[in-house]
Design a binder for this molecule. Sequence first.
Ligand SMILES: *[C@@H]1O[C@H](CO)[C@@H](O)[C@H](O)[C@H]1NC(C)=O
Ligand SMILES: *[C@@H]1O[C@H](CO)[C@@H](O)[C@H](O)[C@H]1NC(C)=O
Ligand SMILES: *[C@@H]1O[C@H](CO)[C@@H](O)[C@H](O)[C@H]1NC(C)=O
Length: 325
Amino acid sequence: MKLYLCLISFILCYYTVKCVQPYFPSQIVFSPDNGVTIIAVDEINQRAYKAITMSSYAKEISYLMKNFPGAIPDSPQSKYYVQLLVDSPPENCIYGTYWKYGGNTFNSFPSHWTNGTSYEITNYIKFNYEMIHSDNSSVDEDYWYANEKCQVDGGESYPCEEIYFKKNTEMPLRSTRVARGGWSVFQMITYYKVISMEKPADKLFDSIPAGWPIACQDVMLGLLYYPQTSKVDLGQSVEVQVWLITPPHRINGNDTVSIQWKSSECNDCLTWTPKQLSFNIENFQERQTVTITRIKNGAETTLTPTFTGGGFDLVTPYNYRIFIK
Ligand SMILES: *[C@@H]1O[C@H](CO)[C@@H](O)[C@H](O)[C@H]1NC(C)=O
Ligand SMILES: *[C@@H]1O[C@H](CO)[C@@H](O)[C@H](O)[C@H]1NC(C)=O
Ligand SMILES: *[C@@H]1O[C@H](CO)[C@@H](O)[C@H](O)[C@H]1NC(C)=O
């Protein structure tokens, strides 16, 4: 009977080892660098938080959530995942929304959570190999290692990925990964300091800046041009197509952004028409044309936009200049 049970448990274990992969707890608050960075992951409620202490007074906090509190009703930010990054002091905040006209220019969280336009908070670690559970490694740790070895500079080989948990618990202790850093390949070890393995406290999310949809910059608001740089001879014209990456925001019921341009270097070399373009939520992707004509020879000239409305107040005009040689 005893032998029979052993046999069954052996078979169970064998298949368990074969199919079960090691996972990070689905709700956890931890530090991967001895307290400098605090990360909170809540797969169940689809929320994540990451705070980095940059110095005794400066910090950077990222929040990622579906149903972000404080979003303007009916806005894309109220319906899709938003990632908000707040640097302080002085407070500077930016965000991106993950949807078909969205995405982001920054990501503070694991890259396997997003494909650019959509997001999902899944396990914190994604192993690239099948992981094998070792049952003889230590009395107080559970050890898992990749089914393949990777060679580092110097010639040694290690399992490509490893993770250690406190024995018979879900508590991660450390993980390793053979990684490339610059020109070298080495085994990178991350030690985890676990702060809690339950629902991350709501108070972590209390520090989200009030009025963030307007007070912070939506990094996807901006212009597209074709072409952005042209050579125009005296008396000649170029047609520049202009459109937006993502819809303007509806602010107090008005979703129109108006765009005008100012020339620098040579103020009377170029003339253009129309003098103003407007885009709204309906037509933001329809290309409108600005015809730029050279009326005097002179220096290479830059046209810098100014924006009115549509949530563009924080968009940097410098990034959306037109260059005419
Ligand atoms: C991202 O994933 C979503 C949902 O799975 C999918 O609909 C979308 O096409 C993907 N986008 C890209 C760029 O792969
Ligand atoms: C565990 O067992 C494997 C296979 O028998 C062996 O190669 C390995 O050296 C052992 N590890 C330790 C830490 O005893
Ligand atoms: C909406 O905003 C645009 C750009 O600021 C402005 O030109 C327009 O007059 C506004 N429309 C209304 C109805 O207020």
